[in-house]
Design a protein around this ligand. Sequence first.
Ligand code: GLU
Length: 293
Amino acid sequence: MNKRSYLALPLTLMLMLVTILAGCGDKETSAPAASTAPAASAGAASAKPAEPKIDSKTLDAIKKRGKLVAGVKFDTNLFGLKNPANGNVEGFDIDIAKALAKKILGDETKLELKEVTSKTRIPMLQNGEIDIIIATMTITEERKQQVEFSDVYFKAGQALLVKKGSPIKSLADVKKGVKVLSVKGSTSAKNIREKAPDATVLEFENYQDAFTALKAGQGDTLTTDNAILFGMMKQDPGYEVVGDTFTEEPYGMAIVKGDTGFAGVVNELLKDLKASGQYDKLYEQWMGVKPSK
Ligand code: GLU
């Protein structure tokens, strides 16, 4: 052996050792990362593993803008109601919107609340005026053709609100000659026409207008989701919810059709809120009762 080959042996061994060690290191750092994530760059051992990129046009637009634009109700006590005293919009849906802004942008105030009604919410989403609808919206097969829904985040059912002492005690009393008040674009208006086909249905632009009409004696009963009606009862205890609920109204948040990446982000938020106990806290804060399991 010449001088070179004496040197070459330990060098080869060393190289082998380095390769083996590097291989071990590689395994350790790459194992927890998703297989689709790009490998962490060399020398960045302390950096967080890159999060897999979520494919969502809505999410990209929100991040670029630095603000989430949520379509919410301004007329629905307990869910989204503009407080005339301070101009703030308040309710369960509003708090969910804040939590979503926090999840996406790290700050719940990076949020713009735009008023929607039952009739305007889907067109506003489709026009790109809002990123998401968080507005007492029932998931239905018909609406699924037009929007992408999150998982269910609230369970309601349609009921009747009457002035205390009214002869109307349940759906069976909603017959010919009875005037029912409801809101345009809601499942409530559609359902009541099917369930009480002989009654007269009057439709308003929003829930506060419908409630004002009930109080003015323009109708005998107001129908929509029980949770919304409880909100009205709170505003005026001269009114009460009667009878059983006669439909199921599971609420979902709605986003642009096809943006399943963003639906995933919203569903992850719901899971986070439930796991941390914040969902139950918000529910109890607004509804006055614990959510039924
Ligand atoms: N949840 C029902 C609906 O989506 C009634 C409440 C509302 O009009 O938003 O139509």
